[in-house]
Each structure stands twice: as C-alpha cells, then as structure tokens.
Design a protein around this ligand. Structure first.
Ligand code: AMP
Ligand code: ZN
Length: 476
C-alpha cells in the first residue's frame, strides 16, 4: 500500500514519497489569534490532524515534524485591540489558549512545533534583505514590496492568470507598487501600532512572509507537505512560494500541496466576513468533541461540506452505535495495528467516506460474532477508530454523556484546558436515585409508578434498558 495525496500543484493524485523518511516535514498555516475559530477553520485543522496521524502511523511518530503556526501579528489583531481596549498580547494569548482547548476537545494532536510570527521577526528582516539583494524586492514609501515579475512561475499553484487577478481587483493597487500584483513584505507602523526596528524604519511584516520564514527557520528550505484551506491558494500560498523560491535560489518551498474544501452554510462558504459562522467553542458546549470531529470528517476533505444540525445528530447516533460495542471490551489507550481496510481508505488521499464505510463494516461483522472472536473484532474496530482520532472516551462515560477524553496522547496538548463534562439535564446521582425508586416500584408491582419514572427520564433524555443484571441507563 502506498500513501497517495492530491497535489494541488500537480493537479493530480501522487504517491507520497518524503525526501527523508526519517524526518517527514509538514506545515499547515495556523490561526490568526484575535477571535474564536469557527467550524470551517476547524475543518482545515482536523483534516490536517488526520494527515498528521497517517504520516505518524506510516513513518513513526518520532519521524514526523508537523508545524502549525500561530499568526500573532496582523492588522485584524491590531483592530481587535483598538476595539476592545485590550493589549495585543492579552488578545493573542487568550485566543491561542482557547484555540488549543478547542483543538484538544476535537481530538487534534498537538503539532510538534507551533512557531509564532512575532518569534521570527529578525529572520523575516533577514529574508527581506536577501530578496532585495537578489533584485526580487524593492522599497517604496517605507514599504518593501515583492516584485512578482521576478518569479517566472508566479500563479502556477492557483492557475490564476495574473491579469485576471488584477482585473478581479483581488490585489490592492497602491502608489508605491511598481506592479499592482506586487505584495507587501514589510510595512511601516504608526506610533499606536506594534512595530520593530528595521533597515526600512519601524514597521511590521506582511502576512505571507511570516509563513515562508517560519518554514525556513523551523523545517528547512524545502518541506514535504504544505497544507491550508482552498482560499489560501491565492494569494497567500502563491506568495509564499515566490518569496521562498527567490530567497533560496529556486529551491521549491514544498514538494506536495494539500488544500481542503470549504465548509458551507447552505451554499455559502462559512466565513467571518459573511457573518454566517458557527464557533467550534459554542458547539463544544452542546456536543461531544468526537461528534463534531465525525461530522467534519464525514465528507472527503476536498469536497465541500454542508454544515447542518442534522449532520451532528446523525454523527452522534453513529458514534453511539460504536460505543455500545466498545462497552464490551476493556477500555485501553493502547493502539494495536488498525485493519487494512480502514488504513487503505485513509491512505488513498484521506478518503474518509470510504474509511467510515470500512469502519461500519467492521462493526457489523463484530456484532455478529461471539466469544473471543467478537472481542478481538471489537478491539480491531477500536484501533481503526482511534487511528482517525475517535473512541477516546471511556464507553461507560460516553453512555452517561460524560465526554472527557481519556487518551493520554491528547492530554499532552500544550496549554489545553480540560474539556468540561457535557451533562445536560439530570445529574448522574439523580438518575441513579430514580433508577432505584423504579426498581422498588417494580418489586412492589407498582408498574404505573415504574412506567412513570421511565417515561419521565425519557423526556429528559435518559433511556433505561432492562438487562439480566438489572437496569442500566444511557443519555440519548
Ligand atoms: P484563517 O484563520 O482565516 O486564516 O483560517 C484558518 C484556516 O481555515 C485556513 O487554512 C483557511 O483556509 C481555513 N478555512 C477558513 N474558512 C474555511 C471554511 N469555510 N471551510 C474550510 N476551511 C476554511
Ligand atoms: Zn501560511
């Protein structure tokens, strides 16, 4: 079996072959930390978490270097600081922590490296100097601009014709630009804006430059895989490619480019500018993280994903069915090898719909088995699900609606806050009490009362199941 990925640059699926299997390098553009992440952003990070997991499984966890940056200097952050009156650092710290908490709750592993833009300013200045030295950048009006004419392959990733981009006004026209398509590497900061001393005066870097420099600094000149949402292909990734190639004598920035499709509300892309966002943080107050993760991975990552409440409800129902079987085996954190059917689907350009189908098939066949074979089949199903980042909750807790992940792996997430229990309605103690009352009523043959208790519990989202060892309950 080979791992294949659709490479946006090649416009086809390619077998993934890392430059050095002992150090596989993967970079995903991370969040700009001035606000909560919405569920569309979360889709990108969960897709890349799945890719990271597949790389770890193939090359070994210690051989994969996954970097996901934090953009902590940006005009949107400056604007948020002005509007709220909070210092920039307070805003970026707060939203970085909240982002970590959301990611952990969604079952995303912590990246190996999480570089910050503000931690790389000196190196950004150095890259700009290199670009000026090579004639690929120029100064104008206290700005430094990248001259896109100096990079012959500009536009190759997105396939957008340069003239079209300009006609479409997707690039800012400014008097200090020689060519409207040229983009900012450095810009001046006003007295009330954050800035760093540079050969071009006090200022701050352009967003595109940040990623090029963090990649060079943390991973190297040419990385194996670069990921981001479809909207980042142009201009962000196009500009990253041009800067890095020109600074590095033509060495390509990445060997494979992976882009996820949009999460949509109806027919629109979910985006802050359209105001149709659902925050991951808000959803996590109502739904277990694994349910949201399941919904996010339900469509193939390159296809659009339409977000609906029904999708969440269906995802919950499906997970419940798996957790019912998982109750039969010892919950453990160990990961035995996942069955080939699921691995093969995931290694085929992260084909999650097929992987879910294979997972359902494993469940169906396990549920028809008996004895030792059944236990073994459930264990295999568990390891397949865990490879995808599921089944990290103790099944007894899942049944009761308590969804704290028990996985030690996720616990290692930097700065993550512990996910709170999701216990809507009745407390566990109260349910146990009512169950006891019902048992007494049944023993006294007061079936009207016992039925009443069962019905009352059902209206509050708790189902009772009578078994040979007495009644058990689960949240529905
Ligand atoms: P941002 O913080 O806006 O730079 O976005 C972080 C990541 O989320 C980037 O990789 C974006 O391309 C991605 N993204 C933004 N909106 C969506 C969406 N509606 N669906 C899928 N990915 C998105
Ligand atoms: Zn980037």
């Amino acid at each position: 079996m080979a791992l294949t990925l659709y490479d946006t640059m090649a416009r086809e699926k390619r077998v993934f072959v890392p430059a050095d299997p002992a150090r596989v390098t993967f970079y995903a553009c991370g969040p700009t930390v001035y606000n909560f992440s919405h569920i569309g952003n979360a889709r990108a990070f969960i897709v890349f978490d799945l890719l990271y997991r597949m790389l770890r499984q193939r090359y070994g966890a210690e051989h994969v270097v996954y970097a996901r940056n934090i953009t902590d200097i940006d005009d949107k952050i400056i604007k948020a600081a002005r509007e709220t009156g909070e210092p920039i650092m307070a805003i970026t710290d707060k939203y970085t922590k909240l982002f970590h908490g959301d990611m952990k709750a969604l079952g995303a592993l912590a990246p190996v490296i999480e570089p910050t833009a503000t931690g790389h300013i000196a190196k950004m200045i150095a890259m700009i100097e290199t670009l000026i030295g090579k004639g690929a950048a120029y100064e104008g009006d206290d700005h430094v601009l990248f001259a896109v004419d100096k990079y012959a392959d500009y536009g190759k990733l997105s396939g957008t014709q340069r003239d079209e981009m300009i006609a479409g006004a997707r690039v800012e026209v400014a008097p200090y630009k020689k060519n409207p398509a040229d983009f900012v590497l450095w810009k001046p900061s006003g007295d009330d804006e954050p800035g760093w001393a540079s050969p071009w005066g006090r200022g701050r870097p352009g967003w595109h430059l940040e990623c090029s420099v963090m990649i060079e600094s943390e991973l190297g000149r040419t990385i194996d895989i670069h990921g981001g949402g479809q909207d980042l292909r142009f201009p962000h990734h196009e500009n990253e490619i041009a800067q890095s190639a020109c600074a590095h004598d033509g060495a390509p920035l990445a060997r494979y480019w992976v882009h996820n499709g949009f999460l949509r509300m109806g027919t629109d892309k979910m985006s802050k500018s359209l105001g149709n966002v659902v925050l991951a943080h808000d959803l996590l107050a109502d739904w277990p993280g694994e349910v949201i993760r399941w919904a996010l991975l339900s469509a193939h990552y390159r296809q659009p994903l339409e977000w609906t409440d029904d999708l969440l409800r269906q995802s919950k129902r499906q997970l419940d069915r798996f957790y019912r079987l998982l109750e039969e085996v010892e919950f453990s954190d160990s990961n035995e090898a996942a069955p080939d059917s699921v691995v093969a689907a995931l290694e085929d350009d992260l084909n999650t719909p097929e992987a879910f189908a294979a997972l359902h098939a494993l469940r169906d066949s396990a549920s028809q088995m008996k004895g030792e074979a059944r236990t073994e089949a459930i264990r295999q199903m568990a390891s397949a699900g865990r490879l995808m980042g599921f089944f990290n909750v103790d099944p007894d807790n899942w049944r009761k609606g308590i969804t704290i992940e028990a996985s030690a792996e996720l616990g290692a997430h930097a700065g993550a806050s512990v996910k709170s229990e999701i216990v809507p309605g009745l407390t566990e103690a109260r349910i146990e009490e009512l169950l006891e009352e019902r048992a007494k009523a049944r023993a006294a043959k007061d079936f009207a009362k016992s039925d009443q208790i069962r019905d009352d519990l059902a209206t509050q989202g708790v189902a009772i199941e009578d078994g040979p060892d007495g009644a058990t309950w689960r949240r529905i």
